[in-house]
Design a protein. Structure first.
Ligand SMILES: [Zn+2]
Length: 518
């Protein structure tokens, strides 16, 4: 059975965000297929994260709603024309499935199917006009490399892989490597963090399409001098992509997507046009939609969406713009000479963090502190990238990606602590690190927080927290105090104390910056 994954257009990292779904199941409340507009609309009572795929024989678009039960929604709608029917069913205990089945002999281009969130619990699946199934053209013979292009595709065609590497296209956001079948479990290797000259992407269990030739690979785009794609005759066969980068071009972001492929996104400021078009201080950023950094979407016709799909689900008041997907709102500077700090306000959106005395929420304590830290650092000539600038839900992985993408020098995650409400005697400040590089930063941060906040000293501790374990720069996680503590909670709720703590955190960062980064 052949299938293609489709994803909501603006979010490459959708799969990683699914874990933020609420524990309670959603209920499918309503759905309807509008034959005139060729679109399916459905609503659920709480937020959902749909997944869509195209399945053949017969051709049908299948939309799965994880963690959702069917409710009393209609079971079936006959449509007519090129769409046979649309139906809803309980696929398994956790999943409700919507199926749009086409008439025999018709299909749609999966790249033209769009899944859009109108809100966290209302979605639209927009189909293109179905087309008659055409006879498959026979693939041309394996290509021979042309001497004209610096690129190369090499190795004998291979069979028996679960993935096929079909094409590489330059997009307004970077490159899209299209794969068919299973999305390969890629491995990325770089030569260094600051000065990447070469990136190697291994695609296990992958065959290169027989008709892919060197001429099909992008030339001189986004500071890539040369592409090499090699078929390796392992069992199962594997493919390798090597990118030779222009001198000095910094970090690239490389991720697989459920869309069926690999998204390769250059740092902001690197121009699409050619390797000679180098970023400078005044170089305009690449024309990306501000909220779709990794928008994998070349292959999917992305409309100029008025707003990004609100993924992952969120239930914030509508006044807050639904910015939930990673990076977007920040514009990390590209000059290497400037120090860049990533400040990560913990939790947010539907995740309040710890809830303590008098209902005091962790996110309410640490967000204003984070904003103030940014202000203080910027006043001192230090660039700051916040992982979130609003009260929005954000998973851990995108927080790390934001820091990596910004090429940040330090990562500082700000939290407030909690223990049972029956332990009001537990109060104080803790600082966490994971790597040795983080320890040096942690010691400085901890001393500054203690002197600014005046809470108990609960020490510098090592822990395997995701955000400090997966960031490549020195990283710390600060627990400013306990929302459950009888002594701490009133202070954490007090804007004056928060100002002091913000100054302590900013001072700690500046102390580190002045000692080691300037
Ligand atoms: Zn926390």
């Amino acid at each position: 059975m052949r299938f293609n994954w489709l994803i909501p257009s603006a979010l490459g990292a959708a799969s990683a965000l699914v874990i933020t779904l609420p524990a309670e199941a959603a209920q499918l409340q309503f759905w309807r297929f509008d034959a005139r507009q060729n679109q399916l609309v459905f609503t659920t009572d709480v937020a959902v994260q749909p997944r869509a795929q195209l399945i053949f024989n017969p051709t049908r678009i299948v939309i799965d709603l994880p963690n959702t039960v069917l409710g009393s929604a209609t079971a079936r709608q006959s449509v007519g024309g090129t769409i046979r029917e649309v139906r809803a069913g309980q696929f398994n205990e956790q999943t409700t499935r919507l199926v749009i089945e086409l008439e025999a002999g018709y299909t749609v281009n999966p790249q033209q199917v769009q899944v859009r969130g109108q809100s966290a619990n209302q979605w639209v699946v927009q189909l293109p006009t179905p087309e008659r199934v055409a006879a498959q053209p026979s693939p041309p013979p394996a290509a021979v490399d042309s001497g004209a292009s610096p690129n190369s595709v090499s190795g004998q065609p291979a069979a028996g892989a679960t993935s096929r590497l079909d094409s590489v296209t330059a997009t307004p956001d970077g490159f899209f490597v299209r794969t068919r079948g299973q999305v390969p479990n890629i491995r990325v290797q770089r030569t260094g963090r600051r000065n990447d000259r070469r990136i190697t992407i291994d695609l296990p269990d992958t065959a290169i399409a027989a008709n892919l030739s060197a001429q099909d690979l992008p030339n001189n785009r986004y500071s890539i001098r040369r592409w090499q794609i090699t078929q390796q005759q392992t069992a199962p066969p594997s493919a390798q992509i090597t990118l030779e980068l222009d001198e000095g071009s910094p970090d690239w972001q490389i991720n697989t997507t459920n869309l069926g492929g690999i998204i390769i996104v250059p740092p902001r400021g690197v121009s699409i046009n050619s390797i000679s078009d180098r970023p400078g201080p005044s170089a305009p950023p690449i024309a990306t939609t501000p909220t779709t950094p990794a928008a994998p979407t070349t292959p999917i016709a992305v409309p100029p969406a008025p707003q990004p799909p609100p993924l992952p689900p969120r239930i914030d008041p509508p006044a807050i713009p639904p910015i939930v997907s990673p990076p977007p709102t920040v514009t990390p500077p590209v000059q290497n000479s400037r120090v860049v700090i990533t400040i990560d306000p913990g939790h947010g959106g539907r995740d309040p963090g710890a809830v303590g005395r008098g209902g005091l929420q962790e996110k309410q304590v640490i967000f204003p502190i984070s904003l103030r830290v940014r202000e203080l650092l910027e006043q001192n000539g230090v660039s700051v990238v916040l992982t979130r600038e609003q009260d929005v839900t954000l998973d851990l992985e995108p927080r790390v990606q934001i820091a990596e993408r910004a090429n940040a020098d330090l990562f500082v995650s700000i939290h407030a602590n909690a223990i049972s409400l029956s332990r009001p005697e537990v109060n104080g400040t803790e600082t966490y690190y994971y790597s040795d590089a983080g320890l040096r930063l942690a010691r400085i941060m901890h001393a500054n927080m203690l002197s600014a906040g005046g809470l108990n000293d609960r020490g510098v501790r090592q822990a395997r927290f995701y955000v400090i374990r997966n960031t490549s720069m020195p990283a710390v996680l600060l627990e400013v105090g306990f929302v459950t503590g009888a002594r701490d909670a009133p202070l954490l709720a007090d804007p004056t104390w928060r100002e002091q703590m913000a100054q302590g955190i900013a001072n700690g960062i500046l102390e580190y910056v002045n000692a080691y980064l300037r």
